[in-house]
Design a protein around this ligand. Structure first.
Ligand code: CMX
Length: 133
């Protein structure tokens, strides 16, 4: 029951410089900057049609983005699909043999309910499921 790509998460070294590139070169407009404390990230959002671009700057070297940047450098970090109910979608994925990072959904940026599937069981793509409820 995936309706669309909710956002693409991109790990960046420096949020301010990266926003400049997306605005000045690509012509997008950043509509929101938000810190997600428990994810140890600061995020910036852009809307492209129905899909968002989420830039992610690490606020701590031991967070997911801090580790990713240290290991691989900046780049595409995850893809997020919009579903009706993230917790139900996580359960369905688990029933189909996927390893979950989150057993139940939790609150992410923009107040959405989010949960991640482990990239080792999703063909190397860190996958997020998110829903408004
Ligand atoms: N995409 C694909 N593969 C990834 C990855 C990513 N983004 N991040 C890590 N991996 C791979 C690693 O390369 C590694 O593979 P190898 O064993 O072949 O080297 C494997 O996954 C395990 O990685 P690790 O470095 O040992 O483990 P980490 O402690 O870095 O954890 C992960 C990886 C995905 C479990 C962790 O980053 C996580 O829980 N992510 C979910 C939460 C998150 O990403 N939050 C940030 C965004 C928040 C937001 O959008 O608001």
């Amino acid at each position: 029951n995936i309706s669309h790509i909710e956002h693409i998460g991109i790990a960046v070294e420096n949020l301010e410089n990266s926003i400049k590139y997306y605005e000045d070169v690509l012509g997008m407009t950043c509509y929101s900057i938000e810190e997600v404390v428990d994810q140890k990230v600061k995020t910036a959002f852009f809307l492209v049609g129905n899909t968002k671009i989420e830039l992610l700057e690490s606020t701590s070297p031991d967070g997911a983005i801090g580790k990713f940047i240290a290991k691989k450098g900046p780049g595409i970090h995850h893809i997020a699909f919009a579903v009706n109910n993230a917790t139900e979608a996580l359960k369905l994925a688990e029933d189909r043999g996927v390893t979950l990072i989150d057993k139940v959904s939790r609150k992410g940026a923009e107040g959405l309910n989010i949960g991640f599937l482990h990239p080792k069981s999703t063909l190397g793509v860190l996958t997020e499921l998110c829903s408004k409820q």
